[in-house]
Design a protein. Structure first.
Length: 166
């Protein structure tokens, strides 16, 4: 199901048919370094990740992580969306892209559209985002889309930067 459209991108719900892309994305060195190893090593693992993660959140919350595709050629390039974690009081914005699509403006385009969607369509007053302390590119992107750095928090024994949008 299509959720958002920007000048160059379509953001839509993930399905088990996206398993090959998820397998590739979750094994990117930048994903493992900044987000963590999810143990997704096979297409079956990727399907389980999609069903237990994004699809479960769609059914529970009406939102989740969305597939980001380039309009031209319907090429999957990353994920961007909103997540409700038990460990945070508010919904947070998350994103990740295949490395070959870094530094092309896709993160900014999808994250700013998702933030606007969260505020305007879902009526979320406060949206958070978290990054690892050394993920400077994501920190810059969050500030560029208008989120404010609020300090650090500890989650799962890891210290993370916390950003918020009001």
């Amino acid at each position: 199901m299509k959720v958002l459209e920007t000048d160059r991108l379509i953001l839509r719900w993930l399905t088990p048919d996206d398993a090959a892309f998820i397998l590739e994305l979750l094994n990117e060195p930048s994903w493992i370094r900044f987000i963590g190893d999810k143990g997704v090593r096979t297409l079956e693992d990727a399907k389980k990740y999609i069903v237990a993660g994004p699809m479960k959140m769609y059914s529970q919350m009406g939102f989740g992580l969305f597939m980001v595709e380039r309009k031209e050629g319907s090429i999957p390039i990353g994920m961007c969306g909103l997540i409700k974690r038990d460990t945070l009081d508010n919904v947070d914005l998350g994103f990740a892209f295949l490395s070959k699509y870094h530094n092309k403006g896709y993160g900014y385009e999808s994250a700013s559209a998702t933030l606007k969607y969260g505020h305007e369509q879902l009526a979320l007053n406060r949206i958070l985002a978290i990054t690892s302390l050394d993920n400077h590119a994501s920190s810059r992107l969050l500030e560029k889309i208008g989120m404010d750095y609020e300090g650090t928090i500890n989650m799962d024994t890891e210290e993370l930067k916390l950003f918020a949008s009001k």
